[in-house]
Design a protein around this ligand. Sequence first.
Ligand SMILES: [Zn+2]
Length: 221
Amino acid sequence: MKKIFKRSLERNDKRELLLFGYSENQEKPSKELEITPAPTPHMRWNPSRQEWVTYSATRKVRTSFPPEEYCPLCPGAELNFPTEIPFKNFEIAIFPNRWASFNTNNRQLSIEGIETQPSNGECEVVVYSSNHKDTIAQMSLDRVELLFNAWSDRYINLMKRDDIKYVMPFENRGIECGVTLHHPHGQIYAYPIIPPVIQKEIEAFSKENFIEKLMKNWKAI
Ligand SMILES: [Zn+2]
């Protein structure tokens, strides 16, 4: 496996921007975005679904469909305005979502008649490339491998935290799914609970290794 370099930059809001690459990034950071207020999402117990549901009011004001020349995920040092990534170039960048659905804040909100708890955890943005027009399908296998390694790094490190029980890297594609920025990127949601669907899958898996069974059948075809 090719050597992977990981660089951590402490942002002006004291949170961490990570760069993953096959070459070492030693660039001096350019101007950063202004500090945005830390998100304070909360969870409400839904008695009809018997599950916790996250509410993150600040997502209403997230950056939404900016003109291409103002893309906040493009390399900022190349432009005449700051972006999330204050460098001329990068391979993969990961940083906290400024409009997170999970963010450890321990703020206990009180709503009469509704059971609530803080929506602790972490939400991160994973930018796959410095090139605004890239897509995973067109990227080299090397770059895709780098992305898998960056996901693994985040999975291992987020799962070490006591406030996180489940880590899910994912990508929504297309405006139909709510994507508001076209620069190639995905997200990582690190939950403070195991989501009910995953809990069901864990229980099913503890009864029977259905993946092994499927693989055996698949080989037989
Ligand atoms: Zn862009």
